[in-house]
Design a protein around this ligand. Sequence first.
Ligand code: FE2
Length: 297
Amino acid sequence: MTTSQQPQVRSFFDPATSTFTHVVFDAPGGRAAIVDPVLDFDACRGQVSYTRADEVIAFVRAQALTVDWILETHAHADHLSSAPYLKQALGGRVAIGAAIRRVQTVFKGFYNLEPAFATDGSQFDNLFADGDTFAIGALTATAWHVPGHTPADMAYVVGDAVFVGDTLFPPDVGTARCDFPGGDAHQLYASVRRLLALPAPTRLYMCHDYPPTVREPQALCTVAQQREANIHVRDGIDEAAFVALRQARDATLALPHLMLPSVQVNIRAGELPPPEANGQRYLKLPVNAFASSPGGA
Ligand SMILES: [Fe+2]
């Protein structure tokens, strides 16, 4: 039996979106949380499928785990969430940070969503504020608000393991972009330094990796490794230098391939938009919405 200080973690990588989904649990046969589950989406066909989600379900069942939580670190802009599918199969409460309400308000306007679309976060089962604690069986978890990439980013601290979302990437990749609505490189710097003030051996689980071809995707690194080697925020890089570097890089980045389909689903806690009069559900594709800022800056 593991102690509450050292949860077990199994990570799954989706090569289509470079996303990690994690299952954190107290012990085989015990209780679990699923972090950032991915829904397969074929944008050409407008088709969703469940290969990645089914891998997670198979693991949870093989380990005889009971799912207490399905945790989103933020409203992802690069993949659709499979939280509703996993909730139906396994149970668990779907949760995200309370600042999702700001993100919902911005994108309700951006997509001109139906008037009934609520911007109070009520699509989720739970909204976390900074410092909220919750149980995963024998494990005690704490939600941290770590804004910067978006206003609503959360990290989840579970014993000596932290699910950092889009704050940090592996050391040779750096950090996440800060040019989405409400993003702020100054805030991201503060959020990252807060995470890196944790004890050196703390396990940091990434939401993404974009590995160079010379290595395999890396789900995990330690605080010590990040402080020594992160190309954007290792020790010795101050806030001004980070912000300059981050903003210069953001100005060069294209929008994520699945951004426009993803955000409109993820702000609904992973539900697809309601069916129209003919019974069909549609995703919206706003035309020239980013025309004034090619590259997404
Ligand atoms: Fe993200």
